[in-house]
Unconditional design. Sequence first.
Length: 602
Amino acid sequence: MKNNVGRRQILHARPIRVFVVAVATALTIGASLAATAPAVAATLSGTYYVDNSSGSCSDSGPGSSTAPWCTFGPANSNTFAAGSQLLLKRGDTFQQALKPTGVGTSSAWITIGAYGTGSRPIIKGSGVASDRTIVLTNPDYWRVQDVELSTAGEGILVNYTTTGHQGLDFERVYAHDIQTIFHGSPAQSDDPRLYNSAAITVDIGGAPSPSAGSSVISGITIRNLEATNTAAIYLVGTATGASYPTQPASAISDVFVSEVYAHASKAPFFAFEPTSNLHFVSSYVDCSGHVAESQGTTCNFVYDVSDAVFANNVFINMNNTGSHDETALDIEGVTDNIRVSGNYFGNNAGAGIEYLNFANGGSGGANTNNMVDGNTFYNNGGAAGSQLGQIAIYASSGTPASGTISNNVYASSPNGFLSSASGSAASSLFTVTGNTAVTAENASAMQFTSTQGSKGWRQQGYTGSGGWADLPTFNSGVNQWEASDGAFVGNFELQAGSSNLWVARTWTASSSGTVHIRGQVFKDATGGDGVKALIERNGAAIWPSSPDYLTYKSLPAGDTNGFATDVDQTVNAGDIIRFVVFAGPSHDVSGDLVSWIPSISY
């Protein structure tokens, strides 16, 4: 598979919804680079610049664009006022931990970002476990964007010791080679709860449990994160010395994760424990590179989570380590109302999804009200010793997992579609209906390339009198086909333009037969005046059913849940299937970003 299939839109600077996550207490990396702090801490208001490659920099100066600071010393020694910015010069490398303080507001966020031209500024360590890149303690309304993080024990570490916080935002962050802490070793004095190194860790294990109806931190958005040779995102609430989360699911709430490209990690990429109201969407997760873990090896771990959606993601290549599990998505226990829709699970040694039943030190950690619908499963669960089948259920004690498994398609399943690791048969626990074995699959996110027409897929726009035409330009930096009016189709997302008011993924049938179309369409950003979506075959709507464009599905401005796009259709060779998105009634295309990665299976 070509590398560009999985490239996320890491550098794309379109307006989006984002809240950030960052930090605890950190050690300065490289004593020789630490600046002498001013004798008296001050409150910093405005925009401040750091440039360690310029002859004009001085830590005793104002930190202005013409007289920037040389190091993070002044930023670490003072407090930032709401609305302030700390900007690092692009192209510079800083081998020092950034650990600023301050409190923003909903209308005046504090921002860590970049200025100038060229590559993102790099914050790096020296490769030891105690190194940190950015550390934030009890932050409210902080945004981190356009930085590269590397060779440290932790990337961005956010540590909360009090409750009632809001607003964290990460955007366009590239993190790599951060994996010196593994299975809690070596133990860390600044945060003894750290278990694995990660690009972004939010740790609330040291905070008191919030009162009913409140949280420790709410409003986290992470978008355009690339993580390689490191775990990606850990949202954790386990007290020091405990094995399972000690915080309720509501302690971390309202989390939106989108456009993540994660690859090559020896530890699980994602750990959500606890989290409520989670959206994890439009992301590409290549699980290869994991190493065996004695308690079981998984790519993504979910525990103590409620009201979550995993939609329009790719989860592939969990390798055979010889250990238990080896699954792409491990829904471990104490979860409720988890929906998994429109994803692609492929070539995982264990099951694509497993439902276990573990609780805090005992049995009864039920996974209830689960929904698995409209996904594509290909060649999962074939390794001896792993959780077998495309979906695996563990139900030996306590209240068993329950829910609905419907309208999925699966191919190349050496151990069947559903498998019970122990206890009751999976089909007796879940309502299972409408799942179809197929002989071949065409998943748009897996077959997206820089060549129009590859594998039968094209990316097109419609201008009216000119009809449908291929979008003319492939932008390799953000991995999408584009037109000059702002219209684009990427491997996960589509957006109409000011002239190309309709855009589409277009697939041409290679042979006659029955195809099963599966997917989920939803807004991947809020705002605008909404969008409309439909599926057509040779110009006639097949979803929703109508012979013309008078019927379509409307996605309102704030809708991030959307609709299942599951259709079974007879096709002839040469038939054209289009997945169409078009602008709202006022033709305002701002905020019209749409996630849709349909699969078509014979």
